[in-house]
Ligand binder design. Structure first.
Ligand code: ADP
Ligand code: MG
Length: 752
C-alpha cells in the first residue's frame, strides 16, 4: 500500500480576509468556500455555490517555522535515508509561494523552506557519527519552455543556456548541462541559494520578465557513500497559476502567460493521469516542467504540495482553482523507494550474468587442467570460522601452510592478513607522533587532560612530518558553528592595547596582494596612533585595510599567519630541494653525454687498430673502456633515482602550494571578517556582540548596518531585537546573506 501525496493550503495574511467566503473546519484540515449567488454574476458556474475541500492541513496565521515543521521536516529527514522528496508551491502570483519556499531572505525568522531544509540536512550530517554524506546543489529556472541555470558559472546572470537538455536514463531524469555544485556546509549552500535569487532578480530586469512567470527548482542532492544511498529534494516555486483571461495580456506577455498556463495545465493533466491506476502512459514529455519532474512525481518519492491562496473575496476564483489542484494532487498514490547508489536492478543483472559466465569459464579451465571438485561459491559461516582458526594457528607457528580449498578462501585470508598488518602499521605511526594511552586507564587520561588544559587547540600538534603538520595546523582556524571565532573583533579588545606600533605603508596596498607578498614587502614605516585608541574613539573613517592587516597579523591573526608562514617556508624548502635535484640531474646528464662520447671515441680507436677477441670469440676491451662503461652504468642508476626524487618533490610541491593557498585565503577571509566586526559595526552593536550578548559575529548583514540613515536606526534596533532570540543557528544564514549582499553591492559599484 502506497503513501498519498500530502497537500496543504496556506492562507496569506490579509487585512481584508473574506470571513463569509472562506471558512476553516474545526480540525484545521478542511476549508469551505461560500459564494453568494448575486455576487458572482455568472463568473463562477451557477450550479454550485458551496465547496468543501479536505486537505492534510490548513496553514492559517502559521509562522514560517510551523509551516516548515508541518510541510517539510519529515520529507527532509526521509531524504536523508534515501527517499526522493518534492515540495511544490502552487498558486496565483502574490499568494505567497516564494515567501513559503525561499522566504524573506533579509531576516532569519522569515526564511522559508529552502534555507530550513539546508539547515536540517547539515545538522543531521553533523550529528551522524560515521557518515560520508556529500551534498550538492542545483538551481534551475524554466521560463517560456527554456531551461536556465541560475547558478551557471559560464553564462552571466543566469542567462539561458542553449545546451541544456532534459535526459531520461535508467537512474532517472536529469538536466544535461545544469551545473551541480558541491557544498561543504550550510553557509556554502545558502550562498548558492542567495546567488540564484540574485540571478533571478537580475534576469527579471534584463529580460523585463516577471519571476512569477517562471518555475524555479532548487535541488539538494544527498549521497551517502558509506551506505550507498542517494536522494534528491526538489523544492519548487511554480509560476503564478492565474488564468489567462483575467490578466488580459497582450503580445509577449500573452505568450509567456500561455506557456505558463500550458505547462501548469500539463502538470494538472499528469496529476490526473497519475491518480488513475488504470492509466499506463503518462505524458511527462509534454512540457519541460513535467518532464523535469518525471521522477519526482512518478510515484517513487515523497511529494508535498502547498497551495498558496489569498484570503480576499476578490481572488476567490483563483483560490477555488488552487484548492481544486491541491485536492487532485491528494488523489495520487506514491510508492517511495530508497535509491541505492550501486545496486540498480540493471547493474545487479549484469553482474549476475558476468559471474555465471566466469564460473563456467573457471569450470572449463579446471577440467582442462584435470582439477575437479573446486567450489567457487561464497563461504559459509563454518568455512569462515575454519579459516580464521587456521590463520591463528599459522601466526602462532602451529601450522606451516594454510589449505586453499576455495578461491574465495584465498581472498578471505588475504583480507584478514592485511587487516592485521594495517592495524600494526597504524599503531606504529600513532606511536611515533602521540603518546598512546589505554582508554581504560582513567588515571593517566585525567593526568593528560590536566596537562593539555589551556592549550587544547595545540594538543594534537604532531612532530613535523610536513603533510600532517599542515593539515592539523589548519584546524584551529576553522570557524565552527557554536564555537567562538578565533579572530573576532572581541578578541581585539582583550589583546589591546598593543605592544607594537602601527605602521603605515606608503601605498594602500590591496590586502590580497599584500598577503601574497607578505614576507617580501617592507613598509616604509611611519608611526601612527595605536589601533586601540582608534577603536575606542570609533573614528569616523576606519583605518586603511593595509594598516589594519599588519595589526591583524600581529594580534588576532598571528596564529593563522604563523601557519601560513610555516607552510610557505616548507614550500620554499621543497622548491629549493627540487631545483637542487634538477640541477644535479642536468649535471648527471652532461656527464653521461661526455662518457658516451668518450666511449664512442674508444670504440672508433679500437676498430681502427683492429679488435681483440678471446678464444670464445668475445670482444676484449681495455681497462679504460671498461671503467667508462661501469661509470655510465652508475650514472644511469643515479639519474634514475634523482629523477624519481624530482617527481616526488613535484607532487609534494603541488600539495604544499595548495595548503599555502588555502592558508592565504583563510588569512584574508578571517581578516575581512575581523575588519568588518572591529571597525565597521557601530559600538552599540559591538556591545551586543560581547560574550554575554546573544548575537555572534557574522550575524549582522554588514551592508544593512553600513547604509543606515539616521531615522532608520530605530528600525535597525527593532530588527536586531527580533534577531536576538534566534541564537547561533542563524550565523550561516546571515553570513551567506551578507556575502551575497556585498557581492551585489560591489557589482553595483563596479558598474557605476
Ligand atoms: P508569489 O511568489 O506567490 O507571487 P510572494 O511570496 O512573492 O508571492 O508574496 C507576495 C508578498 O506577500 C510578499 O511581499 C511576501 O513577503 C508577502 N507574503 C506572502 N505570504 C506571506 C505570509 N504568510 N506572511 C507574511 N507575508 C507574506
Ligand atoms: Mg514568487
Amino acid at each position: 500500500m502506497g503513501t498519498k501525496v500530502r497537500a496543504f493550503v496556506r492562507v496569506k495574511p490579509t487585512a481584508h480576509f473574506a470571513q463569509d467566503v472562506i471558512k476553516f473546519g474545526p480540525d484545521n484540515k478542511s476549508i469551505d468556500i461560500y459564494i453568494k449567488k448575486d455576487a458572482k454574476k455568472g463568473v463562477v458556474n451557477n450550479k454550485q455555490t458551496d465547496w468543501s475541500f479536505k486537505l492534510d492541513g490548513v496553514l492559517h496565521n502559521t509562522s514560517q517555522e510551523m509551516t516548515y515543521e508541518t510541510v517539510a521536516k519529515k520529507l527532509v529527514s526521509e531524504a536523508l535515508t534515501g527517499y526522493n522528496g518534492t515540495i511544490m508551491c502552487y498558486g496565483q502570483t502574490g499568494a505567497g509561494k516564494t515567501y513559503t519556499m525561499t522566504g524573506a531572505t533579509a531576516e532569519y525568522k522569515h526564511r522559508g523552506i529552502i534555507p530550513r531544509a539546508v539547515q536540517q540536512v547539515f545538522k543531521a550530517i553533523a550529528c551522524s557519527v560515521d557518515s560520508f554524506i556529500t551534498v550538492r546543489i542545483s538551481y534551475l529556472e524554466i521560463y517560456n519552455e527554456t531551461l536556465c541555470d541560475l547558478l551557471s558559472t559560464t553564462t552571466s546572470s543566469g542567462a539561458s543556456d542553449m545546451q541544456m537538455a532534459i535526459v531520461d536514463c535508467p537512474q532517472g531524469v536529469y538536466v544535461k548541462g545544469l551545473s551541480i555544485h558541491s557544498v561543504s556546509d550550510e553557509e556554502d549552500a545558502l550562498n548558492l541559494l542567495f546567488e540564484g535569487e540574485t540571478n533571478r532578480v537580475i534576469a527579471e530586469h534584463s529580460l523585463n520578465k516577471n519571476s512569477s512567470r517562471s518555475h524555479c527548482i532548487f535541488t539538494i542532492y544527498i549521497e551517502d557513500l558509506y551506505i550507498c544511498i542517494n536522494s534528491k529534494i526538489n523544492l519548487i516555486d511554480l509560476a503564478g497559476s492565474e488564468r489567462l483571461s483575467k490578466t488580459g495580456s497582450e503580445g509577449r506577455v500573452l505568450k509567456e502567460a500561455a506557456y505558463i498556463n500550458k505547462s501548469l495545465s500539463f502538470l494538472e493533466q499528469i496529476i490526473i493521469a497519475l491518480a488513475d491506476p488504470k492509466r499506463e502512459h503518462i505524458p511527462f514529455r509534454q512540457s519541460k516542467l513535467t518532464h523535469v519532474l518525471k521522477d519526482s512525481l512518478g510515484g517513487k518519492c515523497n511529494t508535498v504540495l502547498v497551495a498558496n491562496i489569498c484570503g480576499e473575496a476578490l481572488h476567490v476564483e483563483e483560490t477555488l482553482s488552487s484548492l481544486r489542484f491541491a485536492t487532485r494532487m491528494k488523489w495520487i498514490t506514491t510508492e517511495p523507494v530508497v535509491n541505492v547508489t550501486y545496486d540498480s536492478e540493471e547493474t545487479v543483472k549484469t553482474l549476475e550474468k558476468e559471474i555465471s559466465l566466469l564460473k563456467q569459464e573457471l569450470a572449463m579451465h579446471d577440467s582442462l587442467v584435470n582439477r575437479s571438485l573446486v567450489t567457487y561459491g561464497p563461504l559459509t559461516d563454518v568455512q569462515v570460522a575454519e579459516i580464521k582458526s587456521q590463520i591463528h594457528e599459522y601466526l602462532k607457528g602451529a601450522i606451516d601452510e594454510i589449505d586453499f580449498f576455495n578461491t574465495m578462501l584465498r581472498g578471505c585470508c588475504f583480507f584478514f592478513f592485511s587487516q592485521r598488518q594495517q592495524e600494526g602499521e597504524v599503531e606504529t605511526r600513532l606511536r611515533s607522533k602521540y603518546i598512546l594511552i589505554d582508554k581504560n586507564d582513567f588515571a593517566t587520561i585525567a593526568a593528560a587532560q590536566k596537562v593539555m588544559a589551556g592549550h587544547l587547540q595545540h594538543a594534537l600538534v604532531p612532530v613535523p612530518s610536513y603533510k600532517e603538520i599542515n593539515l592539523v595546523h589548519l584546524f584551529p582556524s576553522i570557524r565552527k558553528e557554536g564555537t567562538k571565532s578565533l579572530f573576532s573583533g572581541r578578541d581585539l579588545a582583550a589583546h589591546l592595547p598593543s605592544k607594537s606600533q602601527v605602521v603605515v605603508p606608503t601605498k594602500n596596498l590591496d590586502v590580497k596582494e599584500k598577503a601574497r607578498n607578505e614576507d617580501t614587502v617592507k613598509n616604509d614605516a611611519q608611526p601612527s596612533k595605536p589601533i586601540s585608541e582608534e577603536i575606542s574613539q570609533r573614528p569616523s573613517s576606519p583605518p586603511s585595510k593595509a594598516v589594519a592587516f599588519e595589526q591583524f597579523k600581529e594580534e588576532c591573526g598571528s596564529e593563522i599567519n604563523r601557519i601560513f608562514k610555516e607552510n610557505k617556508s616548507i614550500l620554499l624548502a621543497r622548491r629549493k630541494r627540487s631545483s637542487t635535484v634538477a640541477r644535479r640531474i642536468n649535471i648527471i646528464k652532461q656527464e653521461m653525454e661526455d662518457i658516451k662520447k668518450a666511449l664512442e671515441a674508444e670504440r672508433q680507436e679500437r676498430s681502427q687498430q683492429g679488435e681483440y677477441v678471446d678464444e670464445k670469440g668475445r670482444l676484449i676491451i681495455d681497462e679504460k673502456e671498461f671503467l667508462l662503461i661501469m661509470k655510465l652504468k652508475d650514472l644511469k642508476e643515479e639519474y634514475r633515482c634523482s629523477y624519481a626524487e624530482l617527481q616526488d618533490l613535484k607532487a609534494e610541491i603541488q600539495y604544499c602550494q595548495h595548503l599555502v593557498d588555502r592558508c592565504r585565503n583563510k588569512l584574508i577571509s578571517e581578516f575581512e571578517i575581523w575588519y568588518s566586526e572591529s571597525f565597521l559595526i557601530p559600538t552599540y552593536v559591538q556591545n551586543a556582540l560581547k560574550p554575554s550578548g546573544n548575537i555572534r559575529p557574522g550575524m549582522i548583514p554588514i551592508n544593512r548596518v553600513m547604509c543606515l540613515e539616521e531615522d532608520e536606526q530605530e528600525r535597525f534596533e527593532r530588527m536586531q531585537e527580533a534577531m536576538l532570540p534566534t541564537g547561533p543557528d542563524s550565523v550561516a544564514f546571515y553570513k551567506a546573506k551578507m556575502k551575497t549582499d556585498q557581492k551585489v553591492m560591489s557589482a553595483g559599484h563596479s558598474s557605476l
